[in-house]
Design a binder for this molecule. Structure first.
Ligand SMILES: Nc1ncnc2c1ncn2[C@@H]1O[C@H](COP(=O)(O)OP(=O)(O)OP(=O)(O)O)[C@@H](O)[C@H]1O
Length: 598
């Protein structure tokens, strides 16, 4: 990840990235062409205005004549109208490109995130992903559309003006353009300086987003450990740094503007000096002199603009690099080896026989969590996994759900390697309840339906009844339509668990997996939860990471896991009579016992 975060060399144009952007932009080809044409039209109109002034001076003011003045006024009005329409249309077209392009990439990135495996989220800070999805994508959309506007306007403006100047008086044109290289170098120098500071600001901004994200999700922990001051110090140092860099960028900007204006004025002075003597000698008309003075001023604006636009494109490149890194992330878990015949696969039933064959697994290279793990589970068998924290229980169920895949060895379902099946098929057969189940903000009904999109209200109620959640749901003000709040915040821990059970039950899975919560709930809820677990397990192959003695007692086989291997295995009675480690665990009050009162 560090590699992705730091790999942002903005000083060079990276062809690969721009080709990707251009490829994505081809979807909006029509709008882009419209924007470009409109900008050429805008600069043409911009450069015709001084021509009108020239005509006014040479035709009407100097000769003190009004012949053709009405035609001239009409033409002037048409020009104003033309420019107004241009501006209206280009703002609309560029805005469309900005919004659609950002929307398109954001949609792709979101789809990508949905498909990425757990290991990606283990390695990637949440704040980093948030920054990519929000500010980076917004920046690309903004700079691509408005940058193209400025770029096309600036370039066409310079070409048209230079053309007109050379056409009217090439000597005077060369005088006017003599300061261009100086201004170009100066603009580039300052823009690079400003860019460097802003790059720093953005990096810190990313850091701050991460701090925010951690600060919010860890607010309770921070408070309970009285670490507010430490968090605040860290936050303050990041914001102080940001302030210093922002001020530096502002100083460079404030130095650049007067310098650029002064150099532009030198150009105008040279034109005035040279052109003025031309007027005195009669070789240059007063109208042409005024035209040149206006053009000289007009010419310098695009140069300053282009220096800024190039810097912005470099910033967009850095943003694009990070966003495309996200879009290009290879899924480590996917339907790569699957022999999928989607229509037939749906019909494939699962009996529920599960086998782990010589499974090895590590989250991080060189740190094995499971070593040569073997296990055969009969259909309908209930397995309780017990053991000290960190022994590998959750890892076993994570592998079974294929959130991660074995580093070597295989897991078979009804004798078939599960990689030969699609992930969609596997997950349709599994009901998984996490230790701290996540509910999505929405209603209770919607949350249960996440288990079976398109399910009926009757199915929702039935699922809730199976897990004894119906009673408490109907007592709520709005029943099944009650909102659960973000992350289920409006419900108690026990209620959240019951809803997550209902969510698992509604899909009628063949395999039920439960990572039992370690947190205690009140005795009544505990009774409900225990009943729900027993109901859900009925007729299904079940894997339970157990923390309650009652759950262990209702299982067929208990596996005591230690450092990723099965230390002891058997029924409760068998293991108790063995008087080994399991016996010691039971004696040591390792399990929650309030449910013993059931
Ligand atoms: N996402 C991860 N990345 C790296 N290491 C991990 C990850 N998840 C777990 N581990 C490590 O793998 C080992 C087994 O963890 P696991 O979560 O399977 O244990 P557990 O027995 O389920 O513990 P608990 O009862 O506390 O949930 C531990 O050493 C843990 O630190």
């Amino acid at each position: 990840m560090e590699k992705i975060i730091n790999k942002t060399d903005e000083s060079q144009l990276d062809k690969r990235i721009w080709l990707k952007i251009i490829k994505d932009l081809t979807e909006y080809k029509k709008e882009m062409i419209a924007v470009m044409m409109l900008m050429i039209s805008v600069s043409l109109a911009d450069s015709i205005f001084p021509q009108m002034t020239r005509v006014a001076i040479d035709r009407f003011i100097v000769p003190e004549s009004s012949e053709g003045l009405s035609v001239f006024a009409l033409l002037y009005a048409c020009l104003v109208a033309w420019q107004a329409v241009n501006i209206l249309l280009f703002i609309k077209a560029a805005g469309k490109v900005e919004v659609r392009f950002a929307y398109g990439i954001r949609k792709k990135a979101f789809e990508k995130l949905q498909g990425l495996s757990f290991s990606y989220f283990d390695e990637t800070p949440k704040g980093w992903i948030m920054a990519r999805m929000t500010s980076d994508i917004r920046k690309i959309g903004e700079i691509i559309s408005w940058g193209v506007v400025d770029l096309v306007w600036g370039l066409s403006m310079m070409v048209i003006i230079a053309g007109f100047m050379l056409y009217y008086n090439w000597r005077l044109a060369l005088v006017a353009l003599s300061v261009v290289p100086v201004l170009a170098v100066l603009s580039r120098f300052f823009q690079l300086k400003i860019l460097k500071e802003y790059r720093g600001v953005r990096k810190i901004n990313s850091q701050i987003t991460s701090l925010f994200s951690e600060g919010i999700s860890g607010a309770t922990t921070t408070k309970s450990l009285a670490l507010e001051e430490n968090s605040f110090k860290e936050f303050k140092s990041a914001t102080d740094n940001m302030r210093i860099k922002s001020i530096r960028a502002a100083i460079f900007t404030s130095m650049f503007m007067p310098l650029a204006i002064s150099i532009g004025s030198i150009g105008s002075a040279l034109v005035l000096f040279k052109g003025g003597s031309g007027v005195a000698q009669g070789s240059v008309s007063l109208g042409v002199l005024i035209l040149f003075i206006t053009y000289t001023a007009q010419f310098f604006e695009p140069i300053r603009e282009l220096a800024r636009v190039i810097s912005e494109f470099q910033q967009a490149q850095a943003s694009a690099e990070r966003v495309y890194a996200l879009l290009g992330t290879k899924e480590t878990v996917g339907d790569f080896e699957a022999v999928i015949d989607i229509d037939n696969e749906k019909e494939v039933e699962l009996n529920g026989r599960i086998e782990f064959k010589n499974v090895n697994f590590s989250y991080l290279k060189g740190e094995p969590v499971l070593s040569d793990f073997n296990l055969c589970v009969k259909p309908g068998e209930k397995i309780a996994l017990v053991g000290e924290t960190g022994s590998g229980k959750s890892t076993i169920v994570n592998l079974l759900c294929r959130f991660y895949e074995p580093t070597s060895g295989e897991i078979t379902l009804d004798g078939v390697d599960y990689k030969k099946r699609s992930l969609g098929w596997l997950h349709s057969k599994i009901g998984y309840v996490l230790q701290s189940p996540h509910l999505f903000s929405g209603s209770i009904k919607e949350n249960i339906l996440f288990g079976k999109p398109g399910g009926t209200m009757e199915e929702v109620i039935n699922a809730a009844k199976v897990v004894n959640a119906h009673e408490f749901i109907v007592k709520l003000d709005r029943g099944y339509d009650s909102k659960v709040g973000e992350g289920g915040g409006k419900l108690s821990t026990g209620e959240k668990q019951l809803i997550s059970f209902a969510r698992a039950v509604i899909r009628n899975p063949r395999i039920f997996i439960l990572d039992e919560a370690t947190s205690s709930v009140d005795t009544q809820t505990e009774v409900y939860i225990q009943k729900a677990i027993n109901q859900v397990m009925k007729g299904r192959t079940a894997f339970i990471v157990a923390h309650r003695l009652s759950t262990v007692l209702s299982s067929d086989r208990i596996l005591l896991i230690e450092k990723g291997i099965i230390k002891e295995m058997g029924s409760h009675d068998e293991l108790m009579s063995k008087r080994g480690d399991y016996y010691s665990l039971v004696q040591s009050q390792f399990f929650h016992r309030p449910s013993d009162a059931i």
